[in-house]
Design a binder for this molecule. Structure first.
Ligand SMILES: C[S@@+](CC[C@H](N)C(=O)[O-])C[C@H]1O[C@@H](n2cnc3c(N)ncnc32)[C@H](O)[C@@H]1O
Length: 221
């Protein structure tokens, strides 16, 4: 069994050789650190996948639930040709930093952040009959993951790709002794996915600079 140190080295190697994030994406991580944001952004290889998938499905409309400093949002925006991203973020500080980063990256006209609780923003989007999104990333607090998924389905069309981050949660999802609200929230989504015929999907386990985790890729039928 290789140690965790090697996961980090390999991720850095992969990032350098294949992911090749832009200088500004690296700067966003520096800005986030300086601003005191928690280092809970997605890993660059995952972000690059968002970009590749967005490009592959010719995505024009993206929804992100949980924006932080805009790191994953930038990856999604980079995969769309003049597409738009709506980000839902409860922290005014995170929303401000993300917006500044989107503007600096040249996406000032392509990104909107709805500040507030994501469930209420999602309800607004549904009530306002928002045009369906092509790509959705669920990456906010874990207890309402099932609600985020259901509302994401309501804002999808056939072919929408829904990514859900933190679906392995350091392995705790398979540890029934772990009764934390976050693990229980993620498990409720698994229970839904077990029965739900509206999506086909998978969960990919990951290791790297952020430890052991994973993400779901779901395609709306
Ligand atoms: C894991 S971070 C998002 C990381 C980001 N997707 C990235 O990879 O760069 C989670 C974010 O969700 C936000 N958040 C947590 N609970 C929320 C809620 N109920 N409504 C909206 N945003 C929430 C947090 O403030 C935080 O910025």
């Amino acid at each position: 069994m290789k140690s965790e140190a090697i996961w980090k080295d390999v991720e850095e190697y992969i990032n350098r050789k294949v992911v090749k994030q832009s200088a500004f994406q690296s700067e966003v991580l520096d800005i986030s650190e300086k601003e005191g944001l928690p280092p809970i952004n997605v890993q660059p290889p995952e972000g690059k996948l968002f970009s590749i998938i967005a490009r592959s499905i010719n995505a024009k409309r993206a929804l992100e639930i949980g924006v932080l400093g805009g790191f994953s949002g930038l990856w999604i925006l980079s995969g769309m040709e003049n597409g738009t991203l709506i980000g839902l973020e409860k922290s005014e500080k995170h929303a401000r930093i993300a917006k500044e980063n989107f503007v600096k990256a040249g996406y000032g006209n392509n990104a909107t952040i709805m500040v507030g609780d994501a469930l209420s923003s999602l309800n607004h989007l549904i009530e306002d009959k928002a045009e369906p999104f092509d790509i959705i990333l669920i990456d906010a607090d874990k207890p309402p993951y099932l609600e985020y998924f259901k509302k994401s389905i309501a804002l999808s069309h056939s072919g929408t790709i829904i990514f859900v981050d933190n679906m392995v949660w350091n392995g705790d999802i398979a540890n029934r002794n772990d009764k934390s609200e976050s693990s229980q929230g993620i498990r409720k989504l698994y229970d839904q996915l077990e029965l739900d015929e509206r999506v086909v999907g998978t969960v990919i386990q990951t290791v790297g600079t952020k430890g052991y985790d994973g993400f779901a890729v779901l395609r709306v039928s």
